[in-house]
Design a protein around this ligand. Structure first.
Ligand SMILES: Nc1ncnc2c1ncn2[C@@H]1O[C@H](COP(=O)(O)OP(=O)(O)OP(=O)(O)O)[C@@H](O)[C@H]1O
Ligand SMILES: O=c1[nH]c(=O)c2[nH+]cn([C@@H]3O[C@H](COP(=O)(O)O)[C@@H](O)[C@H]3O)c2[nH]1
Ligand SMILES: NC(=O)CC[C@H](N)C(=O)O
Ligand SMILES: [Mg+2]
Length: 512
């Protein structure tokens, strides 16, 4: 069984980064809501307490029993986590006159301290706090300071069976230059993790888990041609073979010719895939709907209807397979700490309350780049692995306002010009995701001496590692100029092209 670190999420915007940093060190970790009781087993090697928008002195601040955790495994508190540690053991935390945001230099001089092993005597760290630890509890000791605050890092090794550490700064952000090394020290020298989290181990464990979950029952799998569902399908296929039935739905919101080309490419993979044309159903239910969240919920519901309908043709189907990944889950529901819902991904927040199939989602805890690594491990072709992500609700969330088949057609044509253009220019693999957005804006133009009054498309291209944060791609002007020309010349109904130069945050990748 893979070892793991639990990260208790108190709502920090950086909780994801803690998880990523740990996984990059080949240690598996899971994020749990801070107040959810821990189900202990021997795979848990350590617990990290995240930061938080709360102050530990707020009346409703989430506070947990740290001593009970340290009785089982070592604990590392980060920022709020450290402040809470100071407070619950009898120290003092208070608003400080010196709020610290950004760069600071941590100083320490104990060469024997395992947490700071190999860390420079003066090391750049990143701070983001308004409260400070004024006094550490008795039996704790300070192990590092900064110019502004006496307590940058502290620890206790006597009160519980395992040591407890607190860091006022954020080791998980890249601006803490040796932060990754501090986390590594915690994992390897304090929790004694063996770095057993590898794609091969994941594949092995996941296949076994699916076998146990599904037994000799059948799974109907929602397959989309995207990376996630393709990798998920292959994993389920490895576990249950011919009991897997895949369904690819044409919801009328796919890209140009996507239905045909995707079905064709699955033929070469040995998966049992059935295509279902449900265009009219989707267009019908979406007619006149312009609210983005409502569109997502309608689409999520229709997907399930189609899958359930299909499942009734097959006997013994009790499971629905999906390619859901961690960011879908995190952005849709507040699974973890007190964070807010950004948008309902159709496959998570969009699912109906009542569903009579159980979910099989082997990638639910992975980030996109990890999915690609797993895909590579099990030999999935680059045709799938290299594809840009495409949202399940498809062009519905790239047509702002109500959807009509004519608008879908217009956007499919524009998208095709853009994506093929990126490929021809050798730019497709350089950006993480690209697409076109049809705006509900008509403007005046002149074409062949005639006045036009037509729609605008926005081009979007972003660079990213995992879709959680993204920057707009700095595409060459010549390329953008060519795209503008080509789209306006080839796609009837569009007379204006703009380029989106927003990063995520504050924008998101999709416009809805
Ligand atoms: N047209 C479709 N037919 C059947 N299932 C779909 C379809 N579109 C999406 N799904 C289901 O919804 C899930 C989420 O969609 P999403 O687009 O995020 O993932 P993906 O298509 O697998 O990967 P990618 O993000 O690379 O496009 C898919 O993994 C799949 O299970
Ligand atoms: O399966 C999905 N169902 C959805 O409802 C959905 N919404 C956004 N996306 C994709 O998720 C990534 C992040 O997108 P945002 O920055 O717009 O949230 C990007 O890759 C988006 O394309 C979705 N995928
Ligand atoms: N990043 C954090 O965890 C901040 C903790 C607390 N809200 C403070 O401002 O000090
Ligand atoms: Mg997709």
């Amino acid at each position: 069984m893979t070892e793991k670190i639990l990260i208790l999420d108190f709502g920090s915007q950086y909780t994801q980064l803690i998880a990523r940093s740990i996984r990059e060190l080949n240690v598996y970790c899971e994020i749990k809501p801070c107040l959810q009781p821990i189900t202990w087993d021997e795979t848990i090697k350590g617990v990290i307490l995240s930061g938080s928008p709360f102050s530990v002195n707020d009346e409703n601040a989430p506070i947990i029993d740290i001593a009970a955790i340290a009785a089982k495994v070592p604990v590392l508190g980060i920022c709020y986590g450290a402040q809470m540690m100071a407070k619950v053991f009898g120290g003092e935390v208070a608003k400080s006159n010196l709020r610290e945001y950004g760069r600071a230099f941590m100083e320490h001089n104990d060469k024997e301290e395992k947490l700071l092993y190999d860390i420079s005597a003066k090391s750049q760290v990143w701070m983001s706090h308004a409260d400070s630890i004024k006094r550490i509890p008795e039996a704790f000791e300070i192990i590092a300071t900064t110019e502004n605050i006496p307590v940058a890092a502290f620890k206790n090794t006597t009160l519980a069976a395992h040591p407890m550490f607190g860091l006022q700064f954020h080791p998980e952000v890249t601006h803490s230059l040796e932060g990754k090394l501090i986390l590594r020290n915690f994992l390897l020298h304090i929790c004694n993790c063996s770095q057993d989290w590898t794609p091969a181990a994941f594949v092995h464990e996941t296949v076994e888990r699916i076998k146990t979950q599904v037994g000799d029952k059948r799974v109907v799998m929602a397959l989309s041609g995207g990376v996630d569902s393709t990798v998920a399908a292959e994993l389920i296929h490895k576990a249950i073979g011919k009991n897997l039935f895949c369904i690819f739905v044409d919801n009328g919101l796919l890209r140009k010719d996507e239905y045909e080309t995707v079905l064709e490419s699955y033929k070469h993979m040995g998966l049992n895939v059935k295509g279902i044309n449900a265009k009219d159903l989707f267009y019908g239910k979406l007619a006149g709907v312009s609210d983005p969240e409502q569109k997502r919920k309608i689409i999520g519901g229709l997907f399930i209807d189609v899958f359930q309908q299909e499942a009734t043709h097959l006997t013994d189907i009790s499971f629905l397979g999906q390619g859901t990944i961690y960011p879908d889950v995190i952005e849709s529901v507040s699974v973890n700490g007190p964070s807010v819902t950004i948008k309902s991904h159709h496959n998570v927040g969009g699912l109906p309350e009542k569903m009579n199939m159980q979910l099989v989602e082997p990638l639910r805890f992975l980030f996109k780049d990890e999915v690609r690594r797993v895909g590579r491990e099990i030999g999935i072709s680059d045709i799938f692995l290299g594809r840009h992500p495409f949202p399940g609700p498809g062009l519905a969330i790239r047509i702002l306002g109500a959807i009509t088949p004519e608008k879908v057609h217009m956007l499919q044509e524009a998208d095709n010009v853009y994506i093929e253009g990126l490929k021809e220019a050798g730019l497709y693999d350089k950006v993480w995701q690209a697409g076109t957005i049809l705006l509900p804006v008509q403007s005046v133009g002149v074409m062949g001496d005639e006045r036009t009054y037509e729609f605008t498309v926005a081009l979007r291209a972003v660079t990213s590692v995992d879709g959680m944060t993204a920057d707009w791609a700095h595409l060459p002007y010549e390329f953008l100029a060519k795209m503008s020309n080509d789209i306006i010349n080839k796609v009837k109904g569009i007379n204006r092209v703009v380029y989106d130069i927003s990063s995520k945050p504050p924008a998101t990748i999709e416009w809805e």
